[in-house]
Design a protein around this ligand. Structure first.
Ligand code: RFL
Ligand code: PHB
Length: 393
């Protein structure tokens, strides 16, 4: 088999890249380890930055999002015993976010791929990236028990944090930056009307978050210790704990109901540099992970893919490699901005086990500063919204 770009991973990064390349007449084949049902069953992101909405719209992927997504203007922060405040991104930057589930985006991407008869191979096993530093890379994998080989010009490593692509960059070329947090998030999806705003909460019992998917579907999270077992958290215990963390008027407004999904995610910041080696380019979670506190992971996958697709278009249209050569540097500027804000919000809003009294007070006064300073709110709005995409030089 032969294609222009072999795309490893059929998550949002891989499927979006394949779609944009197709719109520019560039052939690709997506090789995914899991079944389509498995990929669609993962409940993850929900908050789309203005830039992500633009990229989806420009590429004909916003029709259903326009109908079913919930635009919103920013986020609310509440904390025990103090006045809440709203980071108004619309007011400060004139931009709006969209609440639209990653599952829906994934469905829209599969639907678009089916319409164009795209080459998406599911349940591929033992995927191996070969000769990535040469001009003739190829991918080996097992499909229905038989070994296959896909020759290509480039490989896009879109296979998430646990994929094989990052590990195909030699250890002495790669530099990794990592921070693991001493807690996780227990998330619940329920068919109940959400609170009106995405509301982040700092409380002595731990962080909590109220979010939404649509007017009848809510998403809530609470901070839990890393070794938490999901079996120990029946719905009733979850709702009781969630309500204990929110101020009374919000706790009273939370509508509870049976959970339709429940999962635990550990929190980690991770970046690998560079995001390129020879003819292999990493995009999305394969290159970086952020704690979900900034709602940045999916949005970064989209901006990486935007830059990578643009660089590949320039190569196929004009034979130029400048944008490919600068891909890693360009993508990393936006990555680090989001890594920083995700780390900052995580530090600001969670209770860290073993924090000293000094650290606790410093956190309270940081919150107090953001609450009371117009300038701090504008700065937070700017980074929470995500940097604008850079023009090609
Ligand atoms: P994915 O989605 O992990 O997809 C990678 C795909 O690669 C496949 N794969 C392989 N395929 C072939 N060969 C192999 N060896 C392979 N190994 C793996 C996998 O099966 C998978 O299908 O990465 P991608 O495409 O880079 O997309 C990244 C996003 O999924 C992720 O950043 C976000 O979900 C993060 N995230 C959030 N991001 C936001 O922008 N806004 C949010 O509100 C938000 N909330 C969240 C989140 C992530 C969460 N969890 C559970 C991690 C909330 C949570 C709880
Ligand atoms: C979500 O809706 O799943 C969500 C919202 C905001 C976050 C993380 C996740 O920071």
């Amino acid at each position: 088999m032969r294609t222009n770009v072999a795309v490893i991973g059929g998550g949002p990064a891989g499927m979006l890249l394949s779609e944009i390349l197709h719109r520019h007449g560039i052939k690709s084949m997506v090789i995914e380890r899991q079944s389509r049902d498995h990929v669609l069953g993962r409940i993850r992101a929900g908050v789309l930055e203005p830039t992500t909405v633009d990229v989806l719209r420009t590429n004909g992927l916003a029709e259903r999002m326009g109908r079913e997504g919930l635009p919103h203007d920013g986020m609310k922060i509440v904390w025990a015993g103090r006045e809440s405040f709203f980071i108004d991104v619309k007011q400060h930057l004139g931009k709006r976010f969209m609440t639209y589930g990653q599952t829906n985006i994934q469905e829209d991407l599969f639907a678009a791929a089916d319409r164009r008869g795209a080459a998406v191979l599911s349940e591929a096993q033992d995927v191996q990236l070969m000769n990535v530093s040469s001009e003739h890379p190829f991918v080996k994998f097992r499909l229905n028990g038989e070994m296959q080989q896909l020759d290509c010009d480039f490989i896009a490593g879109c296979d998430g944090f646990h994929g094989v692509s990052r590990a195909s960059i030699p250890r002495d070329v790669r530099r990794e930056f990592e921070k693991v947090y001493p807690f996780g998030w227990l998330g619940v999806l329920s068919k109940t009307p959400p609170l009106p705003d995405i509301t982040y909460c700092n409380h002595p019992r731990g962080f909590a978050l109220a979010s939404m998917r649509n007017p009848q579907l809510s998403r809530y999270y609470i901070q839990v210790p890393v070794d938490t077992r999901i079996e120990d958290w029946p719905d009733e215990r979850f709702w009781t704990e969630l309500k204990l963390r929110y101020p009374q008027e919000l706790a009273d407004a939370i509508v509870t109901g049976p959970s339709v999904e429940k999962s635990i995610a550990p929190l980690r910041s991770f970046v690998t540099e560079p995001m390129q080696y020879g003819r292999l380019f990493l995009a999305g979670d394969s290159a970086h992970i952020v704690p979900p506190t900034g709602a940045k992971g999916l949005n970064l996958a989209v901006s990486d893919v935007f830059y990578l697709a643009r660089a590949l278009e320039a190569f196929y249209a004009r034979g130029t490699t400048e944008l490919l050569d600068s891909y890693s540097q360009t993508a990393l500027r936006r990555v680090w901005s989001s890594v920083r804000i995700s780390w900052y919000l995580t530090t600001l809003l969670h209770r860290f086990p073993g924090a000293s009294e000094f650290e606790q007070r410093a956190q309270e006064y940081e919150l107090e500063y953001v609450r009371s300073s117009h300038h701090a709110q504008v700065a937070l709005a700017e980074t929470y919204a995500g940097l604008p995409l850079e023009e090609a030089e």
